[in-house]
Design a binder for this molecule. Structure first.
Ligand code: PRP
Length: 207
């Protein structure tokens, strides 16, 4: 499985703001929004373009569009904080939604919402979720997308645990990961260490 860790000073700075325990909800959301721009920029790299003739005020020249914009799929709640910026960067993208809450005792994802196109064959997909911890939520989400025919799935996350990356790799699902950090480990409660706590709670408050 392809894993891209973006290595950029501004990504490190924004991620540090998110990690700091003293960062409030609004500042956390702003840093995630900025980091999403960098992650999506990287996730789109190499995507095929369609060439078309356009007119500048002076002459005709080649212009470009994404040949096939990805379907954007934020995983609620925390992924909502990445949705707007991703959509601003790819305004022609359609959007689907998946709602999951991880049971903090079993660490299993509990699905509560799903709004996706029925047929995703030939459709690239970007899944947006700030955190890949045990990988259970992402394995479930990527599985849903693959069951609808998606074969080109990019998991866009702010940070990941090695355990989550390994779980996706072992699943053999058609996914690649773009992240700003693969952290050290998971703790016994399933939290990423050093991590940033719970990205949903830090944006929206505890549930
Ligand atoms: C967090 C996070 C992921 C999931 C990661 O969401 O945003 O969706 O946990 O954990 P996993 O890799 O071990 O499955 P959470 O379930 O806390 O819900 P929330 O976004 O509503 O806060």
């Amino acid at each position: 499985m392809d894993l891209t860790v973006i290595d950029h000073p501004l990504a490190k700075v924004r991620l540090s703001v998110m990690r700091e325990a003293g960062t409030g909800n609004a500042a956390f959301r702003a840093a995630l929004d900025d980091l999403t721009m960098m992650l999506v920029y990287e996730a789109v790299r190499g995507t095929p373009l369609r060439t078309e003739r356009i007119r500048t005020p002076l002459v005709e020249t080649d212009g470009y569009r994404l040949a096939q914009p990805p379907l954007l799929v934020p995983v609620l709640r925390a992924g909502l904080g990445m949705a707007d910026r991703a959509h601003q960067l790819i305004p022609e993208a359609q959007m689907g939604f998946v709602g999951l809450a991880r049971d903090e005792e079993t660490l299993r994802p509990e699905p509560y919402m799903e709004s996706l196109p029925g047929d995703l064959s030939g459709q690239p997909v970007f899944v947006l979720d700030p955190m890949l911890a045990t990988g259970g939520s992402m394995e479930y989400t990527v599985g849903l997308l693959a069951a609808r025919g998606a074969e080109e799935i990019t998991v866009v996350c702010a940070l990941a645990a090695p355990e989550g990356v390994e779980r996706l790799r072992a699943s053999d699902l058609p996914a690649r990961v773009v992240t700003a950090s693969v952290d050290e480990r998971l703790d016994d409660a399933g939290f990423i260490v050093p991590g940033l706590g719970d990205a949903g709670d830090r944006q929206y408050g505890p549930r």
